[in-house]
Structures are given as C-alpha cells and as structure tokens.
Write a protein that binds this ligand. Structure first.
Ligand code: R1P
Ligand code: URA
Length: 290
C-alpha cells in the first residue's frame, strides 16, 4: 500500500497537484507549457466536458470531432514534468482506493503529446518551422534520480557532448516514440532537442551575466556524432522534452514533443507571429489525431 505521504490525494480524491480524478482524463493528452494555451487548444473542441485549475496546471477535457482529448498545462521546466508524468501515470496505473499499483495486464499506456515553443540552434531550421523531436538531450538533472536505461548510441552522444562542452556531469539522451513521431510529425523537421534547466544561461543567453562555457552556442551548433544510424546534430532548445521522454520510457507511455520554432539563435531573430505558428501546430495536430 502506498502511504498518503507518497500518493497524495485531495479531500475529493483527486491527485495532489493536477487536481484530477481518474475519470477526468482521456488516453490522448495534449500538454502545453503556458496555461493560456489550454484554451487556444480547447476552442477547437466540439464541446468541453470538464475544466479545472490548480497552480500552473489548467486542464480542459472535451471532444474534437468525436474524439475525447485532454489538454493540460504544465508550466515550465522538467521539475514540473516530474509532477505531470508521475501524476498522469498514477491516474491510470494506480488504484486510488487500495493505493496499490495495478497489475501489469491492467496497466495503460497513455499517448502524451507536448505542443511547445522552442528556439532553433541551426540556421536551416527557420522561424515558423514545426519540429518533431527524435532524441531529447537533458542538460537538467531529473533523470539522475531514476533508473533510466540508455541505448549504446544515447550513451555515446551523452559522453561526447559532456566532453565537448566540458560539463562536470553527463547529459542524458533519450529517443522518443517513433510511432507517434511518424503519425503526427509527418512533413515536419525531425530534430534532436536540447532540454535546458533555464531559458537564459543554460540556453546560452547572456543579458548581464557572462557565461562560463566559452563559445557555448557555437559548440552546440557544431556538435556532431557519427554512427550507423547517420549523423546526429542538435537542432533546438526548450525546457521540458527530456523529462517527458525519460519518464515516458520508464513508465511505459508513448510521448512526442512537437516544437513551434519561435526564435532562431543562429540568425538572432524572434518570430513576430509566434501565436500564429503555435496555432498552426495545434490545428495540424488535432486534425491528425482523428
Ligand atoms: C520558455 O519560454 C518556455 O517555452 C517553451 C520552453 O520549453 C519553456 O517552457 O515551451 P512552452 O512554450 O510550451 O512553455
Ligand atoms: N522556448 C525556449 O525554451 N527557448 C526559446 O528560445 C524559445 C522558446
């Protein structure tokens, strides 16, 4: 039995941070960083059957062309993704009455799709692109606390990137769901996404503080790893994807991160129509889900 200090339920039986009951969610979940973006998604629904808000976690559940879909905001950073992934998994794979993990044959695999914004690292991934993440590279520390199993290629990339940046620790590298990427990412740029524990220094932005790693952006732009699978390069920055991909692998959920490119760090531009780029990605994803 999982004690109430570990599996924390609110007085109405809902899970602690997300404020959701098991019946509230669907098997397909769209996640966004910005709480304001939840309505940007659900305004396309035929109807909304349930809404709740707790801290940065805003949830709308409804129907899009007859398909039940949950859209949920996560806030920023992989620390929030630790909460979102563990609590979503608990909603489907833990019995809240007996406080026990469901047997393997009763466990459910969710489809979780991040619809986020991102900054491109490469000049040939321009503003307005939509990018589907193949590998996530975590510069944050979340996966250090879990038994993440990495493939040979993932470990090689992590080790080389650590060397190339002179980092005191190895990043973690995780490939996401090929199935979801092929289904929802068709025609998009396929990329390898660097998940950073911050928007400024960790993404090489220096306003008043100098950065410790010299030529940080150039090192990331020029990083290459050759393998039988081809050439690996880093394409974009954001703040959540590696959290999703690592916990998705360990918990058994299909996860995909889709990125609307709103900044380009190679050319120094920021999109003046970021909202429209995100809208296009939302509409295309909804259409592909039904
Ligand atoms: C930073 O501005 C935020 O934007 C990106 C980053 O991952 C970070 O959360 O994603 P969202 O637009 O989904 O929040
Ligand atoms: N989100 C990020 O994390 N970085 C960017 O440059 C743009 C959006």
């Amino acid at each position: 039995m999982i004690p109430s200090s570990e599996l924390i339920l609110n007085p109405d039986g809902s899970i602690y941070h997300l404020n959701l009951l098991p019946d509230h969610i669907s098997d397909t979940i769209l996640t966004v960083g910005d709480p304001g973006r939840v309505a940007q998604v659900s305004r396309h629904f035929d109807s909304v059957e349930f809404e709740t808000t707790h801290r940065e976690f805003v949830t709308h559940v409804g129907y899009y062309r007859g398909k039940r879909i949950t859209v949920l905001s996560t806030g920023m950073g992989t620390d929030n993704i630790d909460i979102v992934m563990n609590e979503l998994d608990a909603l489907v794979n833990i019995d809240f009455v007996s406080r026990t993990v469901r047997p393997q044959e009763e466990r459910m695999s969710l489809r979780i799709i991040r619809l986020g914004t991102s900054g491109s690292l490469q000049a040939d991934v321009p503003l307005g692109s939509m990018l589907a993440t193949e590998h996530a590279v975590g510069l944050d520390s979340l996966a250090q606390f879990y038994p993440l199993m990495e493939t040979g290629l993932e470990t090689e990339v992590a080790t080389e990137l650590q060397k190339s940046l002179g980092l005191p620790y190895a990043p973690y590298v995780v490939r996401g769901s090929d199935l979801l990427r092929e289904q929802l990412g068709a025609g998009m740029v396929m990329g390898n996404t660097l998940t950073c524990p911050g928007f400024y220094g960790p993404q090489g932005r220096s306003l008043r503080l100098e950065l410790r790693i010299p030529n940080y952006i150039e090192r990331l732009q020029n990083f290459r790893h050759q393998s039988a699978e081809g050439e690996f390069r880093l394409t974009n920055f954001e703040m959540e994807t590696a959290g999703y991909y690592s916990l998705g692998r360990m918990l058994g959920h299909e996860v995909l991160s889709l990125n609307a490119i709103v900044a380009n760090r190679a050319t120094g531009e920021f999109a003046d129509n970021a909202g429209a780029v995100v809208d296009a990605m939302i509409e295309q994803t909804l259409q592909r889900l039904v």
